[in-house]
Write a protein of this length. Structure first.
Length: 274
């Protein structure tokens, strides 16, 4: 069975009514702002790009619509949320799970000079199933373990990825929140070939040896962030993350450095303060 079928196989069983408080079903909230990100042009690159993007997050009951930066201002991702359109399927004191759909823009030859002679990674639509379990802890020191499975729905060589993360959120003061996270990611052979492989037909023009990776680990990542409530409705946040590539991804000729750093700074307005 192809691995991406795993994401679809569980869909029917997960489409059960979510467990929500009755007064939350019709609640609408939003956040808008701007975030600036500094990160490698592709996984394994030694070139860094700086970009400014809008932060948009809409929530109506168990439905969400968020931009790629909407969760970063609150700290490193723990896998329990995802950009795009999502629906919460299970929500309880300890357990939560959901399904998200997002547009994956792929990778272009113009993203980095080293990619110029390689096939582009086509844009696609990805489905993501996630689950999160909150560990015991104090109200101002919350910890959780989460997992997420993401699959290319259109069969455009996007493959399947899996991530497992451990996160912690600590209230340092009534207005200052500190987040920490560590996680491990893996991918199937389809994803590895499209993102880290070098096809034999393209190798001479690219000046690289041909490389046909199999499934395996992609990276281990750690991150930390601070969010400051400067006003009841305004949040100023920053995160820093370190990624260290593993397995077939690290062995790729496209990987110029195994470790990379990413930074995000942002300011958002939140309609419903905590």
């Amino acid at each position: 069975m192809r691995l991406h079928a795993l994401a679809l196989a569980g869909l029917a069983s997960l489409l059960a009514p979510a467990s929500h408080a009755a007064d939350d079903e019709g609640h609408f909230s939003y956040q808008v702002g701007l975030a600036t990100a500094w990160k490698p042009s592709y996984a394994g690159s030694d070139n860094y790009d700086v970009s400014a993007r809008p932060v948009i997050g809409l929530r109506w009951g168990r439905f969400r619509l968020t931009s790629s930066q909407a969760n970063l201002i609150e700290g490193p991702s723990d896998g329990s949320r995802a950009p795009g359109a999502s629906v919460s399927l299970v929500e309880s004191t300890r357990w939560s799970s959901g399904l998200a759909l997002r547009y994956d823009k792929g990778r272009f030859a113009s993203d980095d000079p080293r990619l110029a002679a390689l096939p582009e990674v086509r844009s696609t639509l990805r489905a993501r199933l996630y689950g999160r379990y909150a560990l015991e802890g104090e109200a101002d020191d919350q910890r959780a373990i989460s997992a997420a499975l993401s699959s290319d729905l259109l069969g455009r060589d996007g493959g399947v990825t899996l991530s497992v993360d451990l996160s912690r959120r600590v209230a340092l003061s009534p207005t200052l929140r500190w987040t920490q996270g560590i996680g491990l990611s893996a991918a199937d052979a389809t994803y590895m070939r499209s993102h880290h492989g070098v096809p034999a037909a393209s190798a001479p023009a690219a000046g690289l040896p041909a490389y046909d990776p199999g499934a395996g680990l992609t990276d281990v990542h750690v991150g930390t962030g601070l969010t400051w409530r400067v006003h009841p409705n305004w949040r100023l946040g920053g995160t820093v993350g370190l990624t260290y590539m593993l397995g077939p991804a690290a062995a790729s000729p496209l990987t110029l450095q195994r470790s990379s750093v990413g930074l995000v700074l942002g300011l958002v307005y939140i309609s419903s303060p905590d």
